[in-house]
Design a protein around this ligand. Structure first.
Ligand code: ADP
Ligand code: ZN
Length: 524
């Protein structure tokens, strides 16, 4: 049977979705393959179809028992012989399944990574005709990834022991460039076909808003969208309680969800939301996994999440029905500090040794930085996210708060030179606030204590507001003229490109939002 016949006969579909065919063809050609597609895009058939077209057995490595059960159940129902081998089986069941596997009864076998290198499994694998090893949730091999699993390192160990190397395919939904490189390197993929696709959700509009009063923004938004269903994500349980209580007092049909509630209340509240008894859900990130509600019209983030992966996943719960939906992130500087605190608290992960913990902590900080840039950039937000995941975006999407804002360019040559000179002169010892206060000429206690009033740049830029100076310094960091250290209290350091600012003979430009009164009215 060819791939089209398999698609129709076993899965009941007439055509492939974006990307599927490229991945299937590459596997069938015998080329290692790495497929990166968001959840729900249809990764499974990308290895299941080649598994059925090829001679021999396919081994699928998957980290979650529940996932394996679902997949194997669905395959068997479709008439495909499949089995799983994991810790949910008793020893007898396990031995029975292996003996069936030896008899060649299964076309596809799902295995937990920690089983691969056991004697029983190896003795089976060494004699079996294995045509493909497919690794699901492949980001688990990377310490950069959301959930690193040391047992995934056994996959390579296992492949290396086989007499004949089968084609290797790997799949994941979240992979930054670092994770992609890690997957290829650690799994030793050979000249792999890499395909990243399907991240763009065209019906979602992305907005970053910096309201003076976040609650007031939400109250106003919710009360003008009472006919719609939405999720409001907050960083802490306390904020969930506060926001949901205040909305309730306003008469909004609102419910809440976080890990501190009883099981019963969580189930009840989730149902109230799903069945639209209470169309507004205020929740921590504990809410949403496995919840399939198609008519969510907006997702508001009351606080900035810790990284783009989380943000995209949570925001992506809007507009599953394909209707236009809004993803709004309410940002203020406090969110950055709060997330930094949470990342540092998260250090004591007992599964990891000290060096790995440090590495993870540094990477978490870096991802937080990239999330923060999302909130401060003036470039297209959609393109920023697509690039983050390695997919090509268009520099203008026309449907995000930056593309829809009228910007003007501002000559920042003078303040940029002052800031960089100030950082250089104080030998990269201070954070953003001290630098800005120096340049702006605030003679507060800290400035005097650090003797920054003696810096040559002290009070050199008094005609620009501190808020604007903050935008400028963020811009300089974003463009890598300056660098923020990864330490607990980040200090501003010179970036590799700092010299370009100091020696600039041409004006340096920055995009800023046009003043309110200059904005064209909507009718125009
Ligand atoms: P992922 O593993 O990427 O999260 P799945 O493999 O579970 O996604 O697929 C998501 C859904 O899309 C499943 O219900 C699957 O049957 C369906 N699907 C996959 N490929 C196609 C296709 N070519 N046409 C229609 N539906 C598809
Ligand atoms: Zn855009």
């Amino acid at each position: 049977m060819n791939k089209y016949e398999v698609l129709k006969k076993y899965f009941g579909y007439d055509s492939f979705r974006e990307g599927q065919e490229v991945l299937i063809d590459s596997i069938l050609k015998g080329q290692d393959t790495l497929g990166i597609m968001p959840t729900g895009a249809g990764k499974s058939i990308c290895y299941q179809i080649p598994a059925l077209v090829m001679q021999g057995i396919t081994i699928v490595i998957s980290p979650l028992i529940s996932l394996m059960k679902d997949q194997v159940g669905a395959l068997n129902q479709a008439g495909i012989h499949a089995a799983y081998l994991n810790s949910s089986l008793t020893y007898n069941q396990y031995c029975l399944a292996l003996s069936y596997a030896r008899q060649g009864r299964y076309k596809i076998i799902y295995v937990a990574p920690e089983r691969l290198t056991t004697d029983e499994f190896l003795s089976f694998a060494l004699e079996a005709d294995i045509s493909m090893i497919s690794i699901d949730e492949a980001h688990c091999v990377s310490q950069w990834g959301q959930d690193f699993r040391p047992s995934y390192l056994k996959v390579v160990e296992f492949i290396d022991q086989l007499a004949r190397r089968p084609v290797v395919s790997a799949f994941t939904a979240t992979a930054t460039i670092e994770v992609q490189e890690d997957i290829i390197k650690i799994l030793k993929l050979r000249n792999p076909q890499l395909l990243i696709t399907g991240f763009d959700r065209k019906n979602l509009s992305y907005q970053v808003v910096k309201p003076n009063d976040k609650y007031e923004y939400v109250r106003n938004y919710v009360s003008t969208n009472l006919d719609k269903s939405g999720i409001i994500y907050c960083l802490t349980r306390k904020t969930v309680e506060e926001v949901s209580e205040r909305l309730q007092r306003e008469g909004v049909q609102v419910t809440r969800y976080h890990a501190g509630l009883s099981d019963n209340e969580r189930i009840q509240n989730q149902d109230d939301f799903i069945y639209d008894t209470k169309p507004v859900m205020v929740a921590t990130n504990a809410f949403g996994m496995g919840i399939d509600k198609s008519n969510v019209s907006y997702v508001i983030h009351y606080n900035m999440p810790k990284n783009i992966e989380s943000y995209y996943q949570e925001a992506g719960r809007a507009g599953r029905d394909g209707e236009p939906a809004e993803c709004i992130l309410l940002f203020n500087g406090q969110d950055v500090i709060m997330n930094q605190f949470l990342i540092d608290q998260n250090r004591d992960n007992e599964a990891l040794d000290y060096a790995t913990q440090e590495l993870v902590n540094r990477r978490d900080r870096q991802r937080l930085k990239q999330m923060t840039f999302y909130c401060t950039t003036t470039d297209c937000l959609r393109e920023y996210v697509l690039q983050y995941f390695g997919e090509k975006g268009d520099p203008y999407c026309g449907n995000c708060s930056n593309c829809l804002t009228q910007f003007e360019t501002m000559d920042i040559t003078k303040p940029a030179k002052a800031i960089v000179t100030c950082v250089k002169e104080c030998r990269e010892r201070f954070g953003i606030t001290v630098i800005l206060d120096t340049v702006h000429g605030s003679k507060n206690a800290k400035i005097q204590q650090y003797r920054m009033d003696e810096n040559s740049q002290f009070a050199s830029i008094t005609d620009t507001t501190v808020a604007r100076l903050r935008q400028i310094i963020n811009h300089l960091i974003h463009r890598e003229y300056l660098v923020l250290s990864d330490s607990q209290y980040p200090v501003v350091m010179l970036g590799e490109l700092a010299g370009e600012i100091l020696e600039a003979t041409e004006p340096i430009w920055m995009k800023i939002a046009a003043e309110e009164e200059k904005k064209p009215s909507k009718q125009a």
